[in-house]
Design a protein around this ligand. Structure first.
Ligand code: SAM
Length: 245
């Protein structure tokens, strides 16, 4: 590792919405400025790593520091844009705390999209997408991702199934039994999606509708009933190990 690489690996890493290119001027918002100026105590001349989900990661130099307004200029690309394995996690919204944890870990494990799905037994009506989106950004910042997973509006299960894209495998984690995990996931490359039920599981009608869906693959995650968030992460981690990055 070169001296530059070593110092960059310890520099703060932030998501910014604007375009990144050599010479691009960036103004941070108030919370990020506070973080850099007051928490990380960065000064003009210090380096920061920036990414925006599109242009890779950039080494940027701090040019001005005020409590609520830090300015930087991007100098050179420090990492290319990540090649994201095309895996969606489709999961029912869970209670606060559990869903926050799931969102963070799903981002760390490299999902391309987190699609929330409402089902008959879903207990959380209106998930807070703003809070969940902020967790995705934070997880991308700390895990070195240059892509932030998409977080579209939640969809009822019926609509999700009706609008299912041609060619995307639908891997359905079925606690009542299905095909063995490792051998099955090894033969289901991208584009794929893993569907996980809510705390109370899917209703019999929902299970039947999913199983009847063109191309659905019912998957068993083993003999134990896992919490929804454990099930989601186990399936995503194994899929990534076999097909992803
Ligand atoms: N209340 C349900 C029951 O007792 O049968 C359990 C639901 S489980 C907490 C939530 C979701 O995790 C399920 O809908 C399923 O998608 C997934 N899941 C949990 N354990 C699983 C397993 N052993 N195999 C496949 N999927 C599992």
């Amino acid at each position: 590792m070169s001296e530059t690489d070593r110092s960059l690996s310890t520099t703060p890493r932030l998501f910014v919405p604007g375009a990144l290119a050599a010479g691009a001027a960036i103004s941070l918002d108030a919370p990020q400025s506070h973080y850099l100026a007051s928490v990380m105590r960065r000064q003009p001349g210090d380096m920061v790593r920036l990414f925006n989900g599109r242009d890779g990661e950039w080494a940027a130099r701090v040019t001005a520091v005020a409590k609520k307004a830090v300015a930087l200029v991007a100098e050179q690309q420090s990492a290319p844009q990540e090649q994201v394995a095309d895996l969606w996690l489709c999961a029912a919204p869970l209670k606060k705390g559990r869903i926050d944890w799931l969102v963070e870990k799903a981002c760390e494990l490299g999902v391309a999209r987190l699609q929330l799905v409402t089902t008959q037994r879903t207990v959380v009506d209106k998930p807070n997408l703003e809070r969940l989106g902020a967790h995705l950004v934070e997880a991308a910042e700390q895990s070195g991702r240059t892509a932030v997973p998409d977080l579209p509006a939640p969809l009822p299960l019926e609509r999700l199934l009706k609008s299912w894209p041609e060619g995307r495998a639908l891997i359905f984690a079925d606690e009542k039994g299905g095909e063995a995990m490792a051998a099955t996931l090894a033969r289901v490359p991208a584009p794929a999606a893993i569907l996980i039920g809510p705390e109370g599981g899917f209703t019999p009608d929902e299970r039947a509708a999913i199983r009847a869906h063109r191309g659905a693959i019912a998957l068993s995650l083993g003999p134990r009933i896992l919490r929804a968030e454990t099930a989601a992460l186990a399936a995503v981690a194994v899929w990534q190990a076999l097909n992803g990055h």
